[in-house]
Each structure stands twice: as C-alpha cells, then as structure tokens.
Design a protein around this ligand. Structure first.
Ligand code: ZN
Length: 396
C-alpha cells in the first residue's frame, strides 16, 4: 500500500489512524483539519486510513480540483469520483496509475453524483479497466439525459425560463450563441450499465462496511457514504468545508423546490453521529460535520430572511440578487446565481411566504406572511415529499 510523506501517522500495523490526536490538527472557523494545510498533489496521496487514499484531480475551472478517494480492495482498487473530461484529468489518472495503483487494476468506479467533475471520466475508467460503475438511479438517468441531449440549440423552454425570471430580452442572441448542452463537453461517454446505490443500502468498500446516505437539492439523488466500521463520512458536494454547493431550479422542472430538499437532507446528515472525519469533494478533509451542516443551513436562513424583507416591494427574480449576493454576479456565474435565486424564492413560496404574479410574461414576487427563521427547518420538514426516513431506522 502506498503511504505518502504527508500521512500524519505511518501505517505499519494495519491499525486505524487517530487523526483527532494528530499533532497537525488545525482549527479554523469551528472545524478541525487533521492534515493542516497539506493536500494531495499529483502522485502524492494522503493516507486517510489503512487502504484509503485521498488524491486530487485538477479541474479546468475556477474550482480547480476535485478530491477523489481510492480504496484498496486487495487485488484491485475502488475509486470514488473521477474528475472531468479534460487533458489535466487524463494526465492526473495516468500519474495515479503509474505511481499509486501499484500495478493493480481499478475494479469499481463509484460516482457520488452526475456533475462532470464527479463522473466525467467514469466511462473512460470503466472502459479502460473493465470496471463496474456504481451510482444512484436518478443521477445515472439524469446524466444520460443530459449527455444524450448533446450540444444542441437552446430549447425554447429554457429561453422562456430565463425571460420569466427577468433576464432582459435583449440578451436573447447572446444566450442562443453560447449554445446549450455543455454537460457533454466535460463528460466522457457514460458507462452503459450501472449498479444502483439506494438510500440505506450497505456494501463493502476497502474492507469496511459503508451505508449510502442520500442528499437532495444540489443534484437529485446525491450519494454520501457513511462508514459503519470507523468514523468516516464521504460527503461529496453535500457538505463542503468552505463553500456551499449550488442549489438551483432548472427549466426542466421550473416549479421545483430543491432548497427544501437540500436543507432537510442536510439536517439529516447530522444523524450520522460519531463526529466522523468528513471526506468532501472539494477543500480539505475535516472534523465538524454537524457544525458545518448547521453553518450551511444558517446561511440559507439568513438569506431567506433578507429575501423576504427585500420582496416587501414586488421584485423579479433577477432583482432579488441584491438581497442574496454580496458581490457582483458576472459571466457563467449568472446562471448559477439565477437558479439559486429561484430556489430561494420557491422555498418561501412553498411555505406561504411569497406570492407570484405573471406580468408581461415575467414573474414578479411579493413577500407575504411573517418569516420566522427559527421555525424554518420544522416547517420545511412538514412539506409533503421532503422529509426522508431517519438514518437510525435503518438499524432496526
Ligand atoms: Zn456537484
């Protein structure tokens, strides 16, 4: 097994590493990072536990890396997430093959969800190693839908979705010229078959028992993995240490309420318990799952409060940016910001705190009722179809 120079404790006897006792533990913003500022780089991995390696694959975007995790299966490797289809991604995997895999094949590729940075190279790895592919049903089906819809022209429904949100119609030519279906650019041809991971399903990974814990809102059926033998939790994009994942309403489902799913399933992550070492898809591994979950939910509660107050005057979606974002929104970030603004509006609407009116084919929103941030979570969980089964019920 490869043990990097960065490992806090040399793994010599197959015993679990106690990262909480690590001399390198650094506390920042209520979270604790066992490897201080160390992160994997190229062929240099970090040993999380015996047989579990943390590596990084570069991304060609402002978020310039994804964490991937390699699990030693004895005669092969399992990997969680892959990076996007780009030259740096292929190069990174070649380096991993040459320096980390120790001559053993990749037998299984697991994708937490369908975003290109997570499964963009899954099909390539599956083809190359004749590996199996594991993900959830909704992620697999949506990935295929987006990939097969290809690099086509802008759908009329998407254009109308933008206009109804208050995007100026003078941008129509620019929007159409930008093209549609960028998903395919970052994703290799998808695996033709998959193994379904369902909420609560248990399976063996790297000699340990793991349980699938589904999160919703950032993507439809995002798989987090809870280790049942050791305090480890693969959080994907559901719980990141510094940034908050995008939660958007898309034209495909224009009346969706993803922020309700996001907040409710985030809160459910606290049922994992045991203060696990969290292995996120971006940033550094950390302790403080519950603190981070509470921090993310609190940031949405604050934003929703500002939005409710701002919409005492009628506003279009685009005009709510000032209440939601403290910075100027530019370029491609605009689409993420727009989707997230609609998600916040829809959550308030679903709770009876926002009313919509269609004026000249543009939605105008006006706040109503009294916003009570401290009751938000319980009110969300009362909405139909939102609250998922408790994690503790899987044990009985
Ligand atoms: Zn994602």
């Amino acid at each position: 097994m490869t043990v990097s120079e960065n490992a806090v404790t040399e793994v010599t006897d197959g015993q679990t590493i106690d990262h909480r006792a690590s001399a390198s533990l650094v506390e920042e913003d209520g979270l604790a990072y066992p490897f201080a500022d160390d992160v994997p780089d190229g062929a240099q991995t970090i040993t999380i536990a015996p047989g579990i390696l943390w590596a990084r694959v570069p991304l060609p975007w402002s978020l310039d890396h994804i964490n991937i995790y390699l699990f030693d299966e004895g005669d092969s490797w399992s990997v969680v997430d892959t990076g996007a289809r780009c030259k740096d991604g292929f190069d990174a995997w070649q380096l991993i093959e040459d320096s980390v895999l120790d001559g053993k094949p990749i037998g299984r590729v697991i994708a937490t969800h369908m975003h290109p940075d997570h499964l963009g190279l899954a099909g390539w790895l599956v083809e190359k190693w004749d590996a199996s592919f594991w993900t959830t049903q909704a992620e697999y089906l949506l990935a295929n839908t987006l990939w097969l819809s290809g690099l086509g022209e802008y759908p009329e429904s998407e254009i109308q979705h933008l206009f109804k949100a208050g995007v100026d119609r003078s941008f129509e030519d620019k929007i159409r010229a930008a093209g549609y279906g960028n998903y395919k650019k970052g994703v290799h041809k998808l695996p033709e078959q998959y193994h379904r991971m369902e909420d609560g399903r248990e399976f063996t990974l790297g000699g340990r028992q793991w349980r699938v814990v589904i999160g919703r809102g950032h993507s439809p059926e995002h798989a987090c993995l809870q280790c049942l033998d050791e305090p480890l939790f693969i959080s994907g994009d559901q719980v990141l240490p510094h940034i908050t994942s995008n939660v958007s309403v898309y034209s495909r489902e224009p009346m969706a309420n993803p922020l309700a799913h996001w907040i409710s399933t985030l809160d459910r992550m606290k049922e994992v318990g045991g203060n696990p070492l969290v292995l996120p898809s971006h940033g550094r591994v950390f302790f403080g799952l519950n603190e981070r979950v509470d921090g993310i939910i609190k940031s949405h509660i604050i934003k929703l409060g500002r939005l409710h107050e701002w919409c005492m005057e009628p506003r279009t979606t685009v005009k709510t940016f000032r209440a939601l974002y403290r910075r100027k929104i530019e370029g491609m970030e605009f689409y993420l910001a727009l989707g997230e603004a609609i998600a916040h509006i829809h959550l308030l609407e679903s709770l009876g705190l926002m009313e919509r009116e269609l004026k000249n084919d543009v939605y105008v929103f006006t706040a109503c009722g009294t916003y009570k941030g401290n009751e938000l979570l319980s009110d969300i969980n009362k909405l139909s179809g939102i609250k998922m089964r408790g994690l503790n019920t899987f044990d009985t």
